[in-house]
Write a protein that binds this ligand. Structure first.
Ligand code: AHG
Ligand code: MN
Ligand code: MN
Length: 339
């Protein structure tokens, strides 16, 4: 029998690089620098995912032995992921400042170049408690522009901006596949890593969060220490007053919990608790990128009272209570619990 060549599928294959080049037409004068910047993130996250995929094989599981600025024990993969992101991003001349969950202070990377106009803030590895047990982890990032009049050597001022100033944000979820979800303020787009060619391919164009979902997502073990309005809200979800009785899903990796919420709708909460009265999640590099994506997908993100993207940050590792999800669930929260 003669060999037959399979015809190429007719649907266009769009890589993240192509997509970014299209999107950056929205930034007059950006002339390729933005796609070069984002390629630092795609490169780093491919390296991180390669390590995550081999986690049980290499000597990478477990604790590093150090404690990060949050007072949390660093996992080896936290450290590796941070180093890779810093390495890949510090060679992009348009980037002046990096701020990471794993570094107490922002890092200056511009080497004096006045062309450095962007700051990148990131959580290199989100959901570290899940690394050793083969459960999804992620990376989150936001890109901010250097505010007018701020000099190269004032790194805090580059990053202490409200999330409404975000130029682009996204996450990568290292799940059953590796998926990059990002937005430059023109909708939310998902790219699945095709491992055999090492390219992120558009698989989820123009993602929209359903208006309402079936699940709430919260660490219910702490429920006794939530402020009463959060307890009452969860009771509302369970009681059926929103049209059906909710089920719960909680992974413990914000990226993965949010990713499900983005696709299926519902609500994710990390309320104030006894251990973390100001919330646990970090405003700059956890809540803000997720809030930006949620809004771009038609959802809502609040700190329990106000819009997350309106909060003026005061410090780099500031924490914030976080409620994010579909319109219906968030409207109900705002009506009955947002006091
Ligand atoms: P990180 O691994 O970057 O420190 O973040 C962990 C965060 C977040 O991913 C998750 O939503 C939350 O911690 C889980 O916390 P609990 O174990 O307290 O539920
Ligand atoms: Mn995190
Ligand atoms: Mn982390």
């Amino acid at each position: 029998m003669s060999e037959q060549t399979e015809p190429l599928k007719t649907a266009p294959i769009i890589t993240v690089q192509q997509h970014i080049l299209q999107e950056q037409k929205r930034f007059p004068g950006a002339s390729g620098e933005f796609s070069w910047l984002l390629s630092g993130i795609t490169m780093a996250t491919k390296m991180i995912q390669a390590k995550v995929r081999r986690a049980g094989l290499s000597d990478i599981l477990g604790e590093q032995g150090a404690v990060n600025v949050q007072g949390e024990v660093q996992q080896k993969l936290d450290v590796y992921s941070n180093e890779v992101l810093v390495h890949c991003l510090s060679t992009r001349e348009s980037i002046g400042v990096l701020a990471s969950e794993e570094n107490e202070e922002p890092i200056l990377v511009h080497q004096g170049s006045e062309n450095a106009n962007y700051a990148v803030v990131f959580d290199p590895l989100d959901g570290s408690s899940n690394i050793d047990v083969n459960v999804s982890v992620g990376t989150t990032f936001s890109i901010l522009r250097r505010p007018p009049g701020v000099s190269l050597d004032e790194p805090e001022k580059w990053v202490l901006q409200p999330g409404s100033k975000t130029i682009a944000a996204g996450y990568v979820v290292y799940g059953s596949s590796t998926l990059l979800v990002y937005s430059v303020g023109n909708g939310v787009h998902g790219f699945t890593l095709e491992p055999s060619v090492g390219a992120y391919i558009l698989s989820h164009p123009n993602m929209k969060m359903p208006q309402q979902g079936k699940y709430y997502s919260v660490n219910e073990a702490y429920i006794d220490t939530f402020p009463p309005r959060y307890r009452e809200y969860i009771e509302r979800l369970r009681s059926g007053v929103l049209g059906h009785k909710y089920a719960s899903r909680y992974i413990g990796s914000m990226v993965a919990d949010f990713h499900r919420t983005l696709l299926k709708g519902g609500v994710f909460l990390y309320p104030p608790t006894e251990a973390n009265p100001g919330g646990k999640l970090r405003l700059l590099y956890e809540a803000n990128p997720i809030a930006f994506l949620a809004e771009q997908a038609g959802g809502t993100a609040i700190d329990g009272t106000q819009r997350v993207l309106d909060i003026q940050p005061e410090s780099i590792h500031q924490r914030v209570p976080f409620v994010v999800g579909s319109r219906v669930e968030l409207a109900d929260f705002e009506r009955f619990a947002s006091k």
